[in-house]
Design a protein around this ligand. Structure first.
Ligand SMILES: [Zn+2]
Length: 326
C-alpha cells in the first residue's frame, strides 16, 4: 500500500500557500497564489480546494492518497466552537466554518488553526527553536501576531485567541487600529506602521534621502525602504525605525516577564532587517526584563520563512492522526 499524504494550506490576506507532504513531513510539492481576498467565502474555498488538487497533481498522486488537510489562517479562530469569528484581511469570512466546508469539498478531514499558532509550532518543532519547550513566536510584517508554544504545546487560551500580541496597547492615545481600538503595538511597530510614519514625514517635506529612495521605487515606501534610508544616514528614517523598535521592545520585555520563554523567535518581513532589529531588541530585554528571565532567554530570527505555518499544520495533522490511531 502506498503511503498516506497530507496537505497543508496557509491562507493569508495576500497569498495562499499549499504543500503536499508524506507522513514523515517530507514536502513533495507546493503552490502559491494571490488570495482572492475580496471575492467572498465561496471563492476562497474553491481556491483552497484547487490548491490541494494542484499539489496532488504535481506530485502525480491520486486524490485517494490524501489522508487529511490542515489549514492555518489569519484571524480569530474559535478553537472550541470550530469556526472563524472573523479575519482582518479577508472579507466575508465571518462565522466561517472552514473545516466543515473544505472537508465537504475534498472529502477528507480538515483541521484549522490560527496562522501564528501554527507558525510558532513549526518553528518550535523544526525551525529556529527546535528542541525548545517554551517558545514565544512573534511575526512582524503587515500586522503583528504571536504564537505561544508552552510545555511543547500550542497555548490557545480559553477559546483560541491567546497570542494577540499585535493588539497589546502600548500607546493608549495612539493611532486607530484595525481591531477597532487605539494604540495597539501593530499601529506603531508593524511594517504598515513604519511605512505610514514614513509617508507622513515625506508629506511634511522631511527625509530627503528617503524621498530619493522612494522616487527610485516609483513612489512606493515600504518598511524595507525606511530601514535602508536609516542605514544610509537619513535622520528622519532613523527616528521612525527607533520609535517602532522602542515599542516593540516594550512589548517584548513584558511578554518575556510574563512567560519566561526559553527562546523568542521573530519572523515576518520586518525581521529581514536583521541586526538593526535584533541588536536593539536584545538590549531592551537585557535592560528592562527582570534579570533572571532576561538571562535565560535567547532571541532568534525565524528560519522557516513562508513554510512555518504549513510545517506547524503538518505536525498538528500527525498529532491528530496518532490520537486517532491510539
Ligand atoms: Zn488592535
Amino acid at each position: 500500500m502506498q503511503d498516506k499524504l497530507y496537505a497543508a494550506i496557509d491562507l493569508g490576506g495576500t497569498k495562499i500557500y499549499a504543500v503536499l507532504a508524506e507522513n514523515g513531513g517530507r514536502i513533495l510539492s507546493s503552490v502559491r497564489y494571490d488570495t482572492q481576498a475580496d471575492e467572498g467565502p465561496e471563492a476562497i474555498l474553491e481556491q483552497m480546494a484547487t490548491s490541494v488538487r494542484e499539489v496532488l497533481a504535481q506530485a502525480g498522486a491520486g486524490p485517494d492518497r490524501l489522508s487529511a488537510v490542515g489549514v492555518c489562517l489569519a484571524g480569530f479562530f474559535d478553537w472550541q466552537r470550530r469556526f472563524l469569528i472573523q479575519s482582518p484581511n479577508i472579507h466575508g469570512l465571518e462565522q466561517f466554518r472552514v473545516e466543515e466546508r473544505l472537508s465537504q469539498k475534498l472529502r477528507v478531514p480538515v483541521l484549522a488553526e490560527n496562522d501564528a499558532n501554527a507558525a510558532a509550532l513549526g518553528e518550535a518543532l523544526c525551525g529556529a527553536a527546535q528542541g525548545s519547550q517554551d517558545v514565544l513566536y512573534l511575526t512582524v510584517s503587515t500586522g503583528i501576531g504571536a504564537g505561544l508554544v508552552l510545555g511543547g504545546q500550542i497555548y490557545r487560551g480559553t477559546r483560541g485567541f491567546a497570542g494577540e500580541a499585535g493588539h497589546m496597547v502600548v500607546k493608549p492615545d495612539g493611532f486607530l487600529c484595525g481591531c477597532g481600538r487605539h494604540g495597539c503595538l501593530e499601529t506603531v511597530s508593524s511594517g504598515t506602521a513604519i511605512a505610514r510614519m514614513a509617508n507622513e514625514a515625506l508629506q511634511s517635506g522631511k527625509a530627503a534621502l528617503l524621498r530619493e529612495l522612494a522616487r527610485q521605487q516609483g513612489g512606493m515606501v515600504s518598511a524595507a525602504t525606511v530601514f535602508r534610508a536609516a542605514r544610509d544616514g537619513d535622520e528622519t528614517a532613523q527616528e521612525i525605525i527607533s520609535e517602532a523598535i522602542y515599542y516593540l521592545g516594550i512589548a517584548l520585555v513584558n511578554l518575556v516577564n510574563v512567560l519566561n520563554p526559553e527562546i523568542v523567535v521573530i519572523g515576518g518581513g520586518v525581521s529581514a532587517a536583521g541586526e538593526e532589529l535584533f541588536v536593539p531588541l536584545e538590549k531592551a530585554i537585557q535592560n528592562y526584563a527582570v534579570p533572571p528571565a532576561a538571562a535565560s532567554v535567547t532571541l532568534r530570527q525565524a528560519t522557516l520563512g513562508v513554510e512555518a505555518g504549513v510545517r506547524g499544520m503538518l505536525c498538528l495533522l500527525a498529532e491528530a492522526e496518532n490520537g486517532r490511531d491510539g
